[in-house]
Write a protein that binds this ligand. Structure first.
Ligand SMILES: [Zn+2]
Length: 227
């Protein structure tokens, strides 16, 4: 309820903020002893004024008293100092958390700029691909995808493929190869696979064809998307 009143009430301007200590700063600490605390609003009210929880319009009526009562002035000064101290602590805590976020972001950026590890391996899984006939790509077949930064290929051949030497190339869809290599397929854990080093860094991204064949056989072609 108090908080709501504060939000709806007139805010304390910088001038209002200065006015209170200015009014209180004229050597009032001892000039108005008021030992019986006659007419004092009480510490709860002083606290609400010091922390700006009380709307200024409501606080106005107490200012004359606070400026003519040394005990209230002393209490108010202490409360106001405590409020400023807590507010500063909050600001410092927010600043510290911003620094942490900036630090973490900088750290992440630093490692991002260092880049990924040099050796990037891509697995091309052809095990469940239908074995295409000749050099043509089966229409409607989902393209394989690899990054141009890949430096190592691990190709899982279609199920039932024989072990032994294979030729592997990546060709432009119109025919000419941008990359050619030879590899020996071996059976391991029920998968016949070929491993090969590649360098596609100078190729442009786009659609290509991955072609694989045993020597002196027809190419088997699979659509390939180079990113
Ligand atoms: Zn008083």
């Amino acid at each position: 309820m108090q908080r709501e009143a504060s939000l709806n009430g007139k805010a304390y301007s910088d001038r209002d903020e200065r006015r209170i200590p200015d009014a209180l700063g004229r050597g009032l600490l001892k000039e108005f002893p008021n030992p019986d605390r006659t007419g004092c609003p009480g510490s709860a009210v002083l606290k609400r004024i010091a922390s700006h929880e009380m709307p200024l319009a409501e606080a106005e009526k107490w200012l004359d008293h606070v400026t003519s009562c040394s005990p209230c002035y002393r209490d108010f000064s202490e409360l106001q100092a405590g409020h400023r101290h807590r507010r500063m602590q909050t600001i410092l805590a927010i600043a510290a958390s911003i620094l942490i976020v900036v630090g973490v972001a900088g750290w992440a950026l630093f490692f991002k700029q260092k880049g990924p590890p040099v050796v990037q391996t891509a697995v091309l899984d052809l095990r469940n691909r239908s074995v295409p006939r000749g050099g043509e790509v089966n229409p409607g077949e989902q393209p394989l995808e690899i990054s141009r930064r890949v430096r190592h290929l691990n190709v899982y051949l279609p199920l039932g493929s024989a072990e032994g030497p294979y030729e592997l190339r990546i060709a432009i869809t119109t025919g000419s190869a941008i990359f050619t290599t030879n590899g020996v397929a071996s059976l391991k854990d029920g998968v016949t696979s070929i491993e090969a080093a590649v360098d596609l860094s100078s190729a442009s991204s786009g659609r290509y064809v991955l072609q694989i064949r045993k020597p002196d056989s027809e190419w088997n072609s699979y659509p390939l998307l180079l990113r």
